[in-house]
Write a protein that binds this ligand. Structure first.
Ligand code: ACO
Length: 320
């Protein structure tokens, strides 16, 4: 039996930090409100001209270095993003060029908003298990602040930019035990950027629209469900899991999910305080930080769980 296993992680956040106090100068909000309602203290914002593939590039270079590999070893690139550099080519193709991968490696984007990384990991897992890839780069990268209306305090305080990446390679031992993906397009209006290009014009609105209360309830419900699905599929209890790495949208969503699952708060990785919600980048960013600070150790069982626009949701149970 061949599994796919994460052999390196990397992440990157732009240098520019936007604190809650900075936001107070832009929009009618305050630090205390943002902290108490979301847990967010700051977020990172891309530099002028910096694109999603630029952020992804650094995260991938760090992940490859952690795995003792070079771009020449890569034979699959999957990028999860909601904020591609352009309509096409895909961000994955642009990233491939920036990385200097010139061997014809397949490269494509996945769009599942904040669940994007879990979707991408699930796709890459199938390539590696099936024998068609031996070194996959799986990336979640976003310049999500591009989609914000900085005068809308309901949404602009929540999001940030960043990228996280993992290297997946074949292994005789797990590895990824299982992945579980879901979507329900009936909830499209709960969270969306309802705009598109049409005949050279931007049609609709190019910024995030959200029913925050409805998103909150839906997110807690499906995160709990999809974590339980992963545990059940592998005959495990939550006590068997060393770390939960959930999508970092809001500390109250994370805490409510943890309480429903019955996992100790000390075993839940939280980075929303320093990154805000970085959409598809949030899970690999959090995973990388917990690997690098030594909390997540080789052999640990880690449950990844995401939820996002679509609506989409999914989980992955992995052994590091
Ligand atoms: N600063 C100050 N006041 C604000 C702000 C702000 N940034 N935003 C809203 N308020 C005000 C509202 O206008 C409202 O005022 P009112 O009572 O005078 O009308 C008051 O605060 C309370 O607003 P609520 O919506 O009731 O606040 P709530 O406690 O529900 O928190 C929040 C709002 C943070 C958006 C919450 O609903 C939430 O976290 N929802 C989940 C949304 C989310 O995480 N989305 C991320 C994308 S989805 C994903 O990643 C899964």
């Amino acid at each position: 039996m061949i599994y796919s296993k994460i052999t390196g992680t990397g992440s990157y956040t732009p240098e520019r930090v936007l604190t809650n106090r900075d936001l107070e100068k832009i929009v009618d909000t305050d630090d205390a409100w943002i902290r108490s309602r979301t847990g967010i203290q700051q977020r990172h914002v891309r530099a002028e001209g910096q694109t999603t593939s630029d952020l992804a590039l650094v995260a991938c270079q760090r992940a490859l270095a952690a795995a003792n590999l070079t771009p020449a070893d890569v034979d699959l690139i999957v990028v999860a993003t909601t904020t591609p550099d352009m309509v096409f080519p895909s961000t994955a193709c642009l990233l491939q060029d920036k990385l200097g991968v010139t061997n014809g490696t397949p490269a494509f984007d996945i769009q599942a908003v904040c669940t994007g990384f879990v979707y991408a990991l699930s796709m890459a897992d199938k390539f590696v298990r099936g024998g068609s890839a031996r070194c996959a780069l799986v990336v979640g990268a976003e310049t999500f602040t591009n989609l914000l209306d900085w005068s809308d305090r309901n949404t602009c305080v929540l999001f940030g930019d960043g990228a996280g990446a993992v290297v997946l390679q074949p292994s005789k031992t797990p590895g990824i035990y299982s992945t579980h993906l879901h979507a329900d397009g009936r909830h499209a209006n709960m969270l969306s950027v309802p705009g598109a290009f049409c005949a050279g014009q931007a049609n609709g609105s190019p910024t995030v629209k959200m029913d925050g209360g409805a998103v909150f309830k839906f997110a807690v419900k499906v995160l709990d469900q999809v974590c339980r699905e992963a545990l059940e599929a592998n005959g495990l209890q939550i006590a068997d899991v060393d770390w939960l790495v959930p999508h970092q949208a809001n500390i109250r969503i994370i805490e409510s999910t943890g309480q429903k699952l019955g996992i100790d708060a000390g075993r839940v990785v939280v980075t929303v305080d320093r990154h805000g919600n970085t959409s598809a980048a949030s899970i690999p960013l959090a995973l990388d930080l917990a690997v690098r600070d030594g909390r997540i150790q080789p052999g640990h069982k880690v449950l990844l769980a995401g939820v996002g626009g679509g609506f989409t949701w999914g989980s992955a149970l992995i052994s590091m």
